[in-house]
Design a binder for this molecule. Structure first.
Ligand SMILES: [Zn+2]
Length: 164
């Protein structure tokens, strides 16, 4: 969903509502001119039903449009978050050769130095790696990143830490 297509979709409820307003005007004119004649009454009933259908269509188009707008808003929020992560963190290789993202010292904004998960950052999610044994683990996606080279990494089991 992008802005041009949301704007395009917005034309539908507007057109439907304009059509409805014209219908309502025609109905009013007919009612004024009718003076209770049977032919006019049938015509008025028909136009009233048509107007009802137009309002239902407009309502559906409006709620579809609202969904589009909500989608767009969450996409924009995600873009903002991704941009924040891209500007505040940089790729860092641990001594054990794992790739993580580290807070740029010039952009720490009072936060202590920490690492975040690159996989979660790709999904615009900031997940701070937590120390575990010889490395750190992402609490969101459970990926383990070795930090200390040699030993400790092999045979390391997550089950060891479950139910502590
Ligand atoms: Zn993660």
């Amino acid at each position: 969903m992008d802005i041009p297509s949301v704007v395009e979709n917005a034309q539908q409820p507007i057109a439907l509502l304009n059509g409805g307003a014209n219908l309502a005007q025609n109905i009013r004119k007919l009612v004024q001119a009718a003076k209770g004649s049977a032919a006019s009454t049938a015509q008025i009933t028909e136009l009233t039903l048509e107007l009802q259908q137009k309002l239902i269509d407009a309502q559906q188009a409006q709620s579809a449009l609202l969904n589009d707008l909500l989608d767009l808003k969450s996409e924009m929020m995600q873009m903002d978050r991704r941009l924040e992560l891209e500007t505040r963190y940089q790729l860092h290789e641990t001594p054990a050769g794992a790739q993580v993202l580290v807070l740029r010292p010039e952009r720490h904004d009072g936060e202590p130095l920490h690492y975040i998960c690159p996989t979660c950052a790709d999904a615009a999610k900031k997940s701070i790696l937590q120390p575990q044994g010889t490395g750190k683990r992402c609490p969101a996606c459970d990926t383990f990143f070795p930090f200390e080279p040699d030993g400790g990494g092999s045979g390391y089991s997550t089950t060891k830490f479950i139910g502590r």
